[in-house]
Design a protein around this ligand. Sequence first.
Ligand SMILES: Nc1ncnc2c1ncn2[C@@H]1O[C@H](COP(=O)(O)OP(=O)(O)OP(=O)(O)O)[C@@H](O)[C@H]1O
Ligand SMILES: C[C@H](N)[C@@H](CCCCCC(=O)O)NC(=O)O
Ligand SMILES: [Mg+2]
Length: 240
Amino acid sequence: MSSNQEPEILFVVGTDTGIGKTVLSLLLMQFFFAKGLKPFYLKPVQTGCRDPYDTDSDARFVYKHVEALRSRDPAESVIYCFREPKAPYFAARNEECTIDPRVIRKVVEEKRLDHSPLVLEAAGGILVPMTSTQHGIDLAAETGARPVLAARSALGTINHTLLTLEVLRARNLEPLGIVFIDPFDPCTPRDLVEENMEAVRDFGGIRVAGVIPRIPDFSNPPGECFEILRRMFTRERFSP
Ligand SMILES: Nc1ncnc2c1ncn2[C@@H]1O[C@H](COP(=O)(O)OP(=O)(O)OP(=O)(O)O)[C@@H](O)[C@H]1O
Ligand SMILES: C[C@H](N)[C@@H](CCCCCC(=O)O)NC(=O)O
Ligand SMILES: [Mg+2]
């Protein structure tokens, strides 16, 4: 543990692609820097980008909005980068490449020497193929990372969140926490969000730490985002 309840390696996973994993990773980085820690963001496999400086690069987004990283090179945070916006296995195969989990493990071990915690971001949802035999989530098991789950707060999330929890637990991976993210749908009725949180608590056995609101300025997110993260790391207030 780096401090309090924070594991040294977090793996930000989502119930789908485009769910808000990069936004949650950004918030975690801002949160840890504000605490005086020395975190490191790693996107082991990025697809849909020419290079780590591409407009769709998750590392570029994180580096742009974290003050301590603004003058640093986002390429430091990307191990594999493939052009096609596809599952990593297929994007790599179409460039006649193979993703080697040993390379990823080695980089994680190197980064751990100088940084803590590490914030790894998955590509897509947890069962997205990484190699011909491995899914994205298998990386978490291999690196000893603790998953943090990002899920949408709106309709459809109950099924996706409970499915994701089942798959994680089948691999003996218990998420440190879950946050809901509500980026584009401010009209999601509050009672629906409350019921979605209740479903995850009662059917999934874990309490949602909170709902990340729409963030108008990613360099300066609303304070309630960090209150949600603080709550997530306080496990005794977090169990159902
Ligand atoms: N709270 C928010 N406020 C405003 N915009 C948001 C918020 N959360 C997510 N978004 C936007 O929604 C889109 C998808 O989010 P994000 O890139 O974080 O998804 P992702 O899960 O990381 O996707 P991928 O699987 O491609 O890595 C982005 O344009 C992001 O800026
Ligand atoms: C292209 C996307 N943005 C993402 C990969 C998503 C793969 C989803 C595959 C699927 O579930 O069908 N890449 C990435 O996060 O690097
Ligand atoms: Mg992302």
